[in-house]
Write a protein that binds this ligand. Sequence first.
Ligand SMILES: Cc1cc2nc3c(=O)[nH]c(=O)nc-3n(C[C@H](O)[C@H](O)[C@H](O)COP(=O)(O)O)c2cc1C
Length: 359
Amino acid sequence: MIPPELLNVADYGRAAGEALTPDVFDYYDGGALDEVTLRENVASWQQLKLYYRVMAGVGPRDLSTTVLGRRVSMPVLVAPTAFHKLACPEGEVAAARAAGRAGTAFCLSSLSTTAMEEVFAAASSPKWFQLYIYKDRGLTRELIARAEAAGAEAIVLTVDAPGWGNRERDARNGFGLPPGLTVANVAPVGKGDFPQVQGSGLAAYVRTHFESALSFDDLDWLCATSELPVVVKGVCRGDDARRSAEQGAAAVIVSNHGGRQLDTAPSTCHALPHVIDQVAGACEVLVDGGIRRGSDVLKALAMGARAVLVGRPVLWGLAVNGEEGALSVLEILRRELEEAMLLCGYAEAGQIDRSILSP
Ligand SMILES: Cc1cc2nc3c(=O)[nH]c(=O)nc-3n(C[C@H](O)[C@H](O)[C@H](O)COP(=O)(O)O)c2cc1C
């Protein structure tokens, strides 16, 4: 049951602001530099118009679809986001359970505060592992092997973070993990803690440990290293997406990391059509960034995305009410998508097409 005062995703965002300490809320909410891309991610979906069809005789709606060959109950998946135990004590396990109860895919971040084995054991829906390539290739290989052994069904390679976006809120707050929380997947090999620095401890961690000279050779390496489908996350250009597909990616995610990396990168709503055109069916195309309403999901599908992912909305749900809160947020998006489909004249998610975006 959704509490009446929490009607939509934005309500959860506001309530999360009250539930979290300011430094954690800033870490979750903020973006790079002037946060232009962060704002435009949300605004661009809102500004797109829907030329709805009337008298379409729509009865019950079927929102389900497949992603990487697996059926999900709706085209809204959970994006990888770091450090869920900052939001609630059960952390990533709560998020994975919520995704499972919603019947949708869950992507676990490399930077989780719970070890992947524990999270994947609790996940009952398709589970993906998001990978940052560590400078230490042996360690990276080990992470992939552990993800495979723990039941991950895809490796999501994040490619928009060769360096760390300068999130000035985090720098001002000296963002770090409180005592007791670590980057759990790599804590056993001594890489679980942030360096002690002025400014953002996370930014220092990334500079110390992550591969900065990421190239398409690394995609080849990953495709050769893992049996699992590889998803390339963080493209905004058609040519990069096309090349990713040609080099073996099963899917690309049009994403600018929620406006947290290169500020003034285009909103994902603006980038998506170019990617769809150039990929031309060579792999699946997903999108994330600024999805806050079911109608945003419908617009992304209309452009040709197979599904969307949501990052902050799930974190806000966790912050407000743990697993139940994350589930509520996903159910709000489901209900809104269902309503938008009815009002637009679609009975099935698979019918949604570009025609709805023009008169
Ligand atoms: C707090 C936070 C942490 C994130 N951590 C990661 C991460 O560890 N790996 C990754 O690939 N993307 C990460 N992202 C980006 C998300 O996967 C996703 O691209 C973004 O949140 C989508 O935008 P939205 O928050 O507007 O839905 C993070 C985003 C946020 C807000």
